[in-house]
Design a protein around this ligand. Structure first.
Ligand SMILES: [Zn+2]
Length: 304
């Protein structure tokens, strides 16, 4: 009995020593290395891609070794050379790796052909080269689209929460508020007076920089308050597939959160008189921003 306990304790210490941070999250390595990463992240997890969430991290790079983020085994790979007569898929050439505890990682838009390691071996170590970054599939400009999943892919995670930290000193910037009427939209400024006949979608632009405006880190949380009450809040750290749609932990789908490529505050029925809309947001580093809009409404009858 004592022996079993000792073995169990050894096993437990082995599991925890093996790339686990103290908060239980595994520690992974960057799939692109040896470059100044800070300026190379061009798109982040959970952004709008017109009609769906962007489900990974884009790292601008071409002809660079793409490395396995952790130990594991090759789960799947597909290269254009496998089916020369088939149209190229949107994801281009891809490799998927399975890691411990149900984590999986995907590497998209790879260039060249399947490398020897992926061809001949099943086991990979953290940092092993899985291929080279490229521009295959739906990709404008060479980049790696990097996807991190859990539960064997039923949950997708923000890679920035699991990779070694990149610099981020800027809070998210909440720009304009817009009201959409059909295909048209108008910018709303704090203190504006407008006439409305019914509820219309209101959207807001939010951009999160890194250490410069041009860099991208992505927003982690957003909260909208309408006339003093929490109207909607979302956390963008993970997305779960519920059988038909990808949703945030809060149960919100893409269409609940985005409209016309901007963050959807809501389809708000603004009352006559003063209405307040407060937008609060946080980036992955915990920097917070808040912006208040006070809009004076005249209700008019009829509608379009
Ligand atoms: Zn991408």
């Amino acid at each position: 009995m004592k022996r079993i306990v000792v073995i169990f304790a050894l096993l437990a210490s082995f599991i925890f020593a093996d790339g686990q941070k103290s908060d239980g999250k595994p520690e992974f390595v960057w799939p692109i290395q040896g470059l100044e990463l800070s300026g190379l992240i061009t798109s982040t997890f959970g952004e709008s891609r017109k009609d769906h969430f962007h489900n990974g991290l884009d790292i601008s790079s071409v002809l660079q070794p793409v490395r396995s983020m952790g130990d594991g085994f090759i789960l799947y790979s597909r290269y254009a050379e496998d089916n020369p007569f088939e149209d190229e898929r949107g994801s281009g050439n891809i490799v998927w790796v399975a890691h411990k505890n149900g984590y999986v990682s995907g590497y998209y838009h790879l260039g060249g052909t399947r490398n020897e390691l992926v061809k001949n071996q099943t086991q990979v170590k953290a940092g092993d080269s899985l291929g080279i970054s490229g521009n295959t599939g739906h990709s404008t400009g060479g980049h790696l689209h990097f996807v991190l999943g859990k539960d064997y892919g039923k949950t997708l995670l923000d890679p920035l929460s699991y990779l070694p930290p990149v610099e981020d000193t800027m809070p998210p910037q909440i720009a304009n508020l817009f009201i959409h009427v059909g295909e048209n939209y108008t910018n709303l400024n704090d203190g504006d007076n407008i006439n409305v006949s019914k509820a219309f979608p209101l959207t807001v632009s939010i951009i999160d920089g890194g250490i410069k405006n041009s860099q991208r880190r992505g927003i982690r949380d957003v909260k909208y308050l309408f006339n003093g009450e929490v109207y909607k809040k979302a956390n963008f750290e993970s997305l779960q597939f519920d059988g038909s749609k990808w949703k945030t932990k809060d149960g919100l789908s893409f269409d609940d959160l985005f409209f016309k490529d901007r963050y959807l505050v809501g389809v708000l029925n603004l009352k006559a008189g003063e209405n307040t809309i407060k937008v609060q947001t946080k980036d992955f580093f915990g920097h917070e921003s808040e912006r208040n809009f006070s809009i004076n409404i005249t209700r008019i009858s009829g509608g379009n």
